[in-house]
Design a protein around this ligand. Structure first.
Ligand code: GLA
Length: 728
């Protein structure tokens, strides 16, 4: 049993971890432990000091040592004498905002709970158990149901909360976080992933400062700038040793991760919907569901933690036909043509690609309405006949005749002022009455909280997807959202808008992915501005970054790999000099980097030299062979490309028989120093043959002695070594 209850103490056990909490004699739910299995009730670690200015709940009477300000709590609130960051906050009709939650009961079920309208980890009954703990305010009839999904084999625990109004007055919920985790001891550091457009998910590791630190987004998207994932690690934690805890929020909008290091050197992590522009009116009888947070811990460093997240996201977040099968090798015309294309050009690009083994042509932005540049056409999802005179029917048939599948680009949530849709429905735009809206890339945003907007998008996109043999959709989103306001909401409820926008997005994604189960959906947001586990529930892959430079991608993909599996990372070979950096790298270096993802091309292959075409043909062949190992194997970060002169990573099959090392040496020096790279995850007893030169090594040698990084000539030199066990 994953969930065990002794008295009022709850044990959530996975293969290697234990999560423990207890409702004490006042009914306060205290957090006792999240860590390795101890076989022990961990309450003995709690200490109750009498700390000045840390108040005592009234029922503690003369006991000055009982303070919620100093004890680890399971779901922290306001108005009970805990002055740290709360996980939840409400305001009653009289303006007061205390919430004194006490234990009421629990329920255990086999399987994993779902969350209405929101993405969540899913599992079969035998793979998971759900624990629900109900807490109730001592005065009002507000209840909070804490949900825990325990997936023992994955070392994963999910968290979500439901705020229930069982009373007779309307309350305003002004904070409803998904996760609250108190850690009473230890010197912890945190790692978050920051960046900007073209430079996503740079890991930043810092010791905790006393007070509150946070990473968040107010942009209506999870954002390029900070990612809804966080790592807490003990000082000195490395890839292969030390304790770390990871949390990933399955949410694609404004989020907030806050960490407080308090007066007693205790650490509190809360994570959920951003409180900025959030307030939810909860009428009697209504419930509010928070998004899901996925939690995992490792006592053997980041690598184990990444493996746990990779597995749960690949197998229990991603859905649909494509989640576990090899993805098509794409060619996307964006960097080849930008807006300047027609049927003839696209068919030419497809022909050149088909000859080299590419599986699918993706027609990017510019095929619809009057979309000749980025100042027009969004919202008019019908074919531009000047560019495609025979419509999609003719183009798709020609591409199919070349033996290739066809995919298409949409940016559903957007609208151009110069569009028929805007002329017909200016009221569908997110804007504040009486004010000029903020533009981003010239465009405005559709109010996704409106059912009529979503119905329009469902109909118009379905019409396109039904009119020809379309097998793939790239779902883009190219600006931050501001001017939050919806015509359909009364003034007192405008702060519901950012969350309602995300619920609207999920509703449309759900309807379309269910209606078109054979279509592969790829998420995108100016590259990786919405790279989160929420989108991955609908789209098993996401375009990782608009930066396609191979060197830059080694860093961006390194940061992305801490939480997200390789099969989710959209990655292509593009032209040189690279369009974002002007850097030139070889086709092979670009290929090796793009293989650390879904793999594809983003250039006109007809323009390559004959020897480059031969290299492309070879690398597509290699990807067809290595793809299953890359996507199903375990991924190891063998270097840190932000610190080392090279980026090297490794994939190992589950039986440890196949091993692929790929990477890039950034800069060559004369009389180059020799760098051994130590392989990981091999069978020490097995013998492995290196395909490139036939030399045989023992697993033990490769992991402990290492293998020398090849000598390089020039810069951005690709590394590729394939090893296979020879003795079964
Ligand atoms: C975004 C995407 C690009 C491309 C353009 C088209 O920036 O990330 O890949 O689709 O939009 O406008």
């Amino acid at each position: 049993m994953a969930v065990r209850v002794e008295g009022q103490t709850f044990y959530l056990e996975t293969k290697n971890t234990l999560y423990q909490m207890k409702a004490d004699h006042y009914g306060v739910l205290k957090h006792l432990w999240y860590g390795v299995k101890t076989g022990q009730d961990m309450e003995y670690l709690l200490d109750y000091p009498d700390v000045g200015f840390s108040g005592n709940i009234y029922d503690a009477d003369r006991d000055r040592a009982y303070s919620q300000d100093t004890m680890p709590l399971e779901y922290a609130t306001e108005g009970v004498g805990d002055f740290r960051i709360p996980a939840v906050g409400v305001r009653y009709e009289n303006g007061a905002s205390a919430l004194d939650l006490r234990y009421e009961g629990y329920r255990i079920e086999d399987g994993k709970y779902a969350i209405p309208g929101l993405p969540a980890v899913y599992a079969e009954e035998y793979e998971a158990q759900t624990l629900e703990i109900t807490l109730k305010d001592v005065v009002s009839d507000i209840r909070v149901v804490l949900k825990y999904g325990v997936l023992p084999d994955f070392d994963v625990i999910t968290r979500s909360a439901v705020i229930v109004n069982d009373g007779s007055q309307t309350v305003m919920v002004n904070k409803a976080h998904s996760l609250c985790l108190d850690i009473p001891y230890g010197k912890w550091e945190w790692i978050h992933f920051h960046g900007r457009h073209l430079k996503e998910r740079t890991p930043e590791r810092r010791p905790l400062l006393h007070g509150v630190q946070q990473s968040s987004s107010k942009r209506g998207i999870s954002s390029h700038h900070q990612n809804p994932t966080v790592l807490l690690c003990k000082e000195g934690c490395t890839e292969t040793s030390g304790t770390c805890i990871g949390a990933a929020l399955m949410y694609s909008g404004c989020f907030q991760t806050q960490i407080e290091y308090d007066q007693l050197n205790q650490t509190r992590l809360v994570m959920g919907i951003n409180t900025h522009m959030f307030c939810w009116e909860l009428k009697p009888g209504e419930r509010f569901y928070t998004p899901e947070a996925i939690l995992s811990m490792s006592s053997t460093g980041f690598e184990t933690l990444s493996h746990q997240f990779h597995r749960v996201i690949r197998e229990h977040v991603c859905r649909g036909k494509y989640k576990l099968i090899e993805r098509p090798v794409l060619i996307n015309n964006w960097e080849a043509t930008y807006f300047d294309f027609n049927e003839e050009k696209l068919v030419e690009i497809a022909r050149g690609a088909a000859e080299l083994g590419v599986d699918m042509l993706v027609m990017d932005d510019g095929w619809f309405g009057q979309r000749d540049n980025d100042d027009a056409g969004l919202g008019d999802w019908y074919v531009n006949r000047d560019k495609l005179p025979g419509g999609l029917e003719s183009l798709v048939a020609k591409v199919n005749d070349l033996g290739m599948d066809f995919g298409i680009w949409f940016e559903p949530e957007m609208i151009s002022e110069n569009s028929d849709l805007y002329r017909a429905h200016p009221e569908w735009v997110v804007r504040i009455p009486g004010r000029k809206p903020v533009r981003g890339r010239y465009q405005l945003v559709l109010d996704m909280s409106r059912p009529d907007v979503r119905d329009y998008l469902f109909d118009v996109m379905s019409r396109i997807l039904n009119c020809a043999n379309i097998r793939y959709v790239k779902w883009d989103f190219n600006r931050s959202v501001s001017d939050w306001y919806s015509e359909l909401l009364p003034s007192g409820r405008q702060k519901e808008m950012p969350h309602r926008f995300v619920l609207g997005l999920y509703d449309l994604l759900e309807r379309l992915t269910q209606a078109f189960p054979d279509v592969l959906f790829e998420g995108c947001c100016g590259g990786g501005g919405r790279f989160d586990a929420g989108v991955l529930y609908y789209c098993p892959q996401i375009w990782c970054s608009d930066d396609t430079d191979a060197f830059e991608r080694t860093q961006i993909q390194y940061g992305t790999s801490f939480f997200y599996p390789i099969s989710t990372i959209g990655s292509h070979v593009s032209a040189v000099p690279n369009h974002q950096t002007g850097r030139t790298t070889s086709v092979k270096a670009r290929g090796v980097t793009a293989m650390a993802g879904t793999f594809g091309y983003e250039l006109d292959l007809n323009k390559l030299l004959p020897e480059e075409k031969a290299e492309v043909k070879k690398q597509i062949g290699l990807f067809k062979e290595y793809g299953p190992l890359i996507h199903n194997g375990k991924y190891y970060r063998l270097s840190n490309p932000f610190e080392d002169q090279y980026a090297v990573w490794e994939y190992v099959s589950s039986d440890a028989k196949k091993v692929l090392v790929q990477g890039m040496i950034f800069r060559t020096e004369p009389n180059m120093l020799r760098y051994p790279i130590y392989l990981r995850g091999l069978d020490p007893e097995k013998k492995y043959r290196l395909r490139e030169d036939g030399i045989i090594y023992s697993g033990n040698a490769l992991m402990n002695g290492g293998i020398l990084i090849p000598k390089a000539w020039g810069d951005y030199v690709p590394v590729e070594m394939y090893l296979e066990a020879i003795d079964g």
